[in-house]
Design a protein around this ligand. Structure first.
Ligand code: KIV
Length: 280
């Protein structure tokens, strides 16, 4: 994004999100495409180009279907469609876990090719060295603890976290590791409400909840779930604010009926020999 005339970047920065701890809730949504980024940009603080794109738009069974190239292409589209929001792009599975060096190379590629403000990666203690290395390279990082969709296969499914003492202790270790490594915020997903609220009070960086707690410093939802476009079952934590599936399906049915009855295209959708003012 080019700086404005004053030289300042008009976008919300990762460091200004960091300062929102305990303040006005941080409004976040996922976005994967140019038109949706344009529609959401005025309403949110942060747009996440989540690796959920692999499931939501590409029809993969899990987020493991995401690649660096996929994330970069969607990151570029969202950057073209937004001017204000802090844009964070997910690092897909396989692009950062091996070594801090691999993580920095992937993060540099994502930021270099999209111009996004920050990257997100899943994990706590196990990826703390990666987070610290990316931050040391000058790239802000958002953490992601609790339920981690990239680990669903090794976890044996989508399991809510924080239901045993052992797991709560692990969540604390993860939250502390992400904070200490220098992340500017951390997503807490699919975690018992009271545990997510306690974790929010425990760390100094903003927590962004999804299936977590209303006490988190911000909230995020997957855009397609939120507007009722998701075809498969949506998780319990989703609140659907619109029913676009019905809207699209009714529009398709009306179109099909009009094509079959030859009522579309009508006189206003075809061209006459002489050009008129309404033509594109
Ligand atoms: O990939 C994604 O959409 C996410 C959010 C659900 C936090 O990680």
């Amino acid at each position: 994004m080019a700086p404005d005339a004053s030289g300042a970047d008009p976008r919300i920065s990762a460091s200004s999100i960091r300062l929102r701890k305990g303040g006005e809730p941080v409004v976040c949504l996922t976005a994967y495409t140019y038109p949706i980024a344009r529609l959401l940009d005025d309403h949110v603080d942060l747009l996440l180009v989540g690796d959920s794109v692999a499931m939501v738009l590409h029809g993969h069974k899990t987020t493991l279907g995401a690649s660096l190239e996929m994330m970069i292409a969607h990151g570029q589209a969202v950057m073209r469609g937004s001017t204000k929001a802090c844009v964070v792009v997910d690092m897909p599975a396989g692009s950062y876990e091996a070594t801090p060096r691999q993580a920095v190379a992937s993060a540099r590629r994502v930021v270099g090719e999209t111009g996004c403000q920050a990257v997100k990666l899943e994990g706590g203690v196990t990826v703390a060295r990666q987070i610290a290395a990316i931050v040391a390279a000058g790239i802000p990082v958002m953490g992601h603890i609790g339920l981690q969709p990239q680990s669903v296969e090794s976890d044996g499914g989508y399991r809510i976290k924080g239901r045993t003492d052992e797991n709560v202790a692990a969540l604390y270790r993860d939250a502390e590791a992400v904070e200490k490594a220098g992340a500017f915020s951390v997503v807490i997903e699919g975690t018992v409400e009271t545990v997510a609220a306690d974790l929010t009070r425990h760390v100094s960086i903003p927590t962004i909840g999804i299936g977590a707690s209303g006490d988190c410093d911000g909230q995020i939802l997957v855009i397609d779930d939120m507007v009722g476009l998701t075809v498969d079952r949506v998780p319990k934590f989703v609140k659907q604010y619109a029913d676009l599936r019905s809207v699209v399906s009714q529009a398709a049915a009306s179109y099909a009926a009009e094509v079959r009855s030859r009522t579309f295209p009508g006189p206003s959708h075809v061209f006459s020999a002489a050009a008129d003012k309404s033509e594109p």
